[in-house]
Design a protein around this ligand. Structure first.
Ligand code: HEC
Ligand code: HEC
Ligand code: HEC
Ligand code: HEC
Length: 452
C-alpha cells in the first residue's frame, strides 16, 4: 500500500473515532417500560449513573426550629409572607435559602446589611416573589409535583441564577442573508439536543400557549391544517423534554401512535400538566417581575429569564430523583399567611376586608367583616354571598387583578372555614377592579362581601 493511501486510512480511522466519541460508548442497559413487543424501552448508560447520582445529592436539612416564642411578624418590621413563623423558624428559613441560592455571597445577596427590613436590593424583592411562586407550585400544581414538591434548591442548586433559563429570541431571521430564511432551524443548540430542529420551542410553547398537538384525527384535507414545519416545532419541544428528563420518547409515548393517549404512559399525563405549569409560572411569576430585574439580567429583547423542564429536572426523570426536600420545609408547602394588623391596613368593616400592599393574606380582625354575613347566610339557606375584589392603581394592572382574585379566594376560604358551603359563594369580577384613580390607597385594596 502506498504511503499516501495508508495515511488516508489512518485519517479515516481518526475521523471515525472522533465521530463516535460524540455518541455513547456501548454497552448500554435497556429497561422495559411498556408492554412487551411495543419497543417501549429506556436506554441507560451505566457509566453515567454515578455522576448523575452525585449531581442529584440532596443537602442535609438544618434541624427544625421551635414553633414557640414570638412570631416573626411581631419582631421584624417588613415581613409580608412568613410572619406566622416563629422567630426561630423564620431564621432557619433565611439560613436555608442562603445556602440554596447564595452560599458564597451570604445574607447580603438579598439584604442591605445595615437594615434587614430595607427592600432596596432587587434580589430581595425577587426572592419574596420566589417564595410565593414556590408555595404556589407546591399547593396548586400537585398534579405535577405531587407531594414531593420543590424548594428553591430544586432550581437554584447553589446559584443565584439557575443554570437552565431561557429568553425570547428574535423572530424570523433575515431572509436576505447568505443562509436565507431558516425558519429558526439548523443551528446546533442544546435547547433541542443539537438536532437540526427549530431552536426556540420555548417562546411559542412554554411562554405562549401555542398548540403542541399536530397530528390530524381525520383524513386530509379538512382534518388537519398543521404543516410539517409546525410538526418540527413540536419535535423541538419533545427533544427538550426528553433531554431534560434524561429519557427517550418511549418514556411517554408508544411510537405506534404518538398522538394516542390510551397507548401513552401515565408519565405523559404528568408531562402535560408540567407544560401548563411552566406556562403559568413564566407568565404570572417570572413575567410579573418585569420591572424589578436590572437591565443586565434581561434577555436581548428585554424580557425576564424564564424556566423550562430542565430548570427543575436537570437531566433526571424526577428532579433530585424524587427526593423531597419540601418535607423539611413546611413553610414552602403553602401560603403561610400573616394574620396581623399590618401597618397602614384599615380595620375591617362589616362586609369589607382590607389587605396590605401586594398581599392576599387575611387580616387578624377578619371576623368583623364576615361575622354578620355568616349569620345572615346561616339564617337564610337560599341566600348566596357575592365577593368582589378590588385593588389600588399602583403597579401592573394584570398582576393587580390576579391579586384581587387571590384576595377574593382567601375570603371564600374564610367563609368556608366558618361553615359556609363554597357553592354558595359567587365570585363577581367588578367591571373596574381599580378602586382609585392613581397610586396607592389603603382603602382600595379590598374585597366586598354582599349577601343576596
Ligand atoms: C435569597 C434572598 C435572601 C437571602 C439570601 C436572605 N434573606 Fe432575609 N429576607 C428575604 C426576604 C424575601 C425577606 C422578607 C420575607 C417576607 O416578606 O416574609 C427577608 C426578611 C428578613 C428579615 C426580616 C427583616 C425585617 O425587619 O423585616 C431578617 C431579620 C432576615 N431576612 C435575615 C436574614 C439573614 C440573617 C440572612 C442570612 C443568613 C438572610 N436573611 C438571607 C430574602 C433573603
Ligand atoms: C421553579 C424554579 C425556581 C424556584 C423553585 C425558585 N426559583 Fe428563584 N429564580 C428562578 C428563575 C428562572 C430566576 C430568574 C433568573 C434571573 O434572571 O435572575 C430566578 C431568580 C431568583 C433570584 C434573582 C437572582 C439574581 O441574581 O438575579 C433570587 C434572589 C431567587 N430566584 C431566589 C429564590 C428563592 C429564595 C427561592 C425559594 C423560596 C427560589 N428562588 C425558588 C427559578 C426558581
Ligand atoms: C416526558 C413525556 C414526553 C416525552 C419524553 C416525549 N413526549 Fe411527545 N408529547 C408529550 C405530551 C404531554 C404531548 C402533548 C402535549 C400537549 O397536548 O400539550 C406530546 C405530544 C407529542 C406529539 C404530538 C402528538 C399529537 O397529538 O399531535 C408528537 C408528534 C410527539 N409528542 C413526539 C415525541 C417525540 C418524537 C419524542 C422524543 C424525541 C417525544 N414526543 C418525547 C410528552 C412527551
Ligand atoms: C417546578 C419544577 C418542575 C418543572 C418546571 C417541571 N417539573 Fe416535572 N416534575 C417535578 C417534580 C418535583 C416531579 C416529581 C413528582 C413526583 O414525585 O411524583 C416531576 C415529575 C415529572 C414527571 C413524572 C416522572 C415519573 O417517572 O413519574 C414527568 C414526566 C415530568 N415531570 C415532566 C416534565 C416536563 C415535560 C416538564 C416541562 C414541560 C417539567 N416536568 C417541568 C418538577 C418540575
Amino acid at each position: 500500500m502506498s504511503l499516501a493511501i495508508r495515511s488516508a486510512f489512518a485519517w479515516l480511522a481518526v475521523g471515525a473515532a472522533a465521530l463516535l466519541a460524540g455518541c455513547e460508548r456501548p454497552p448500554v442497559n435497556t429497561v422495559q417500560h411498556g408492554y412487551r413487543g411495543t419497543g417501549m424501552e429506556q436506554i441507560y448508560n451505566p457509566r453515567q449513573l454515578d455522576t448523575q447520582a452525585e449531581l442529584n445529592k440532596v443537602p442535609d436539612a438544618i434541624a427544625p426550629a421551635s414553633a414557640d416564642g414570638p412570631k416573626a411578624s411581631a419582631v421584624f418590621k417588613n415581613v409580608k409572607l412568613l410572619g406566622d413563623l416563629s422567630v426561630g423558624e423564620f431564621s432557619r428559613h433565611m439560613v436555608s435559602i442562603t445556602s440554596w441560592v447564595a452560599p458564597k455571597e451570604g445574607c447580603v445577596y438579598c439584604h442591605n446589611g445595615a437594615d434587614f427590613a430595607d427592600d432596596s436590593k432587587y434580589t430581595k424583592v425577587v426572592a419574596r416573589r420566589m417564595i410565593q411562586m414556590t408555595q404556589h407550585i407546591n399547593s396548586d400544581w400537585k398534579t405535577h409535583v405531587a407531594e414531593t414538591g420543590v424548594t428553591c434548591y430544586t432550581c437554584h442548586r447553589g446559584n443565584g441564577v439557575p443554570k437552565n433559563i431561557w429568553f425570547n429570541t428574535a423572530g424570523a431571521d433575515n431572509a436576505t442573508k447568505l443562509m436565507g430564511y431558516k425558519a429558526g432551524q439548523n443551528e446546533a443548540t442544546m435547547k433541542v439536543a443539537l438536532a437540526a430542529l427549530p431552536n426556540d420551542p420555548f417562546t411559542p410553547f412554554l411562554g405562549d400557549t401555542t398548540a403542541i398537538r399536530v397530528i390530524g384525527t381525520s383524513a386530509l384535507p379538512e382534518g388537519n391544517r398543521q404543516s410539517t414545519k409546525q410538526a418540527e416545532w413540536t419535535y423541538g419541544l419533545m427533544m427538550h423534554m426528553s433531554q431534560s428528563l434524561g429519557v427517550n420518547c418511549t418514556y411517554c409515548h408508544n411510537t405506534r401512535s404518538f398522538a394516542s393517549w390510551d397507548a401513552s404512559t401515565p408519565q405523559r399525563g404528568t408531562a402535560w400538566y408540567g407544560i401548563r405549569m411552566a406556562r403559568d409560572l413564566n407568565k404570572d411569576y417570572l413575567g410579573s417581575l418585569a420591572g424589578v430585574f436590572p437591565p443586565e439580567r434581561l434577555g436581548p429583547l428585554g424580557d425576564v429569564a424564564k424556566l423550562n423542564c430542565a430548570t427543575c429536572h436537570q437531566g433526571a426523570f424526577k428532579p433530585l430523583y424524587g427526593q423531597s426536600m419540601l418535607k423539611d420545609h413546611p413553610e414552602l408547602a403553602s401560603g403561610v399567611k400573616v394574620a396581623v394588623a399590618a401597618p397602614g391596613v384599615p380595620a375591617s368593616e362589616d362586609g369589607i376586608v382590607y389587605f396590605a400592599v401586594g398581599s392576599a393574606a387575611l387580616p387578624a380582625d377578619m371576623d368583623k367583616a364576615i361575622g354578620s354575613m355568616v349569620a345572615a347566610l346561616k339564617a337564610n339557606p337560599a341566600a348566596k354571598a357575592t365577593l368582589s375584589g378590588y385593588h389600588s392603581a399602583a403597579g401592573d394592572l394584570a398582576s393587580n387583578q390576579e391579586l384581587a382574585k387571590q384576595r377574593a379566594f382567601a375570603v371564600r376560604d374564610a367563609l368556608k372555614a366558618a361553615g359556609i358551603d363554597p357553592e354558595r359563594v359567587v365570585l363577581e369580577k367588578p367591571i373596574q377592579t381599580e378602586a382609585n384613580a392613581s397610586g396607592e390607597d389603603p382603602k382600595a385594596r379590598r374585597v366586598e362581601i354582599a349577601v343576596k
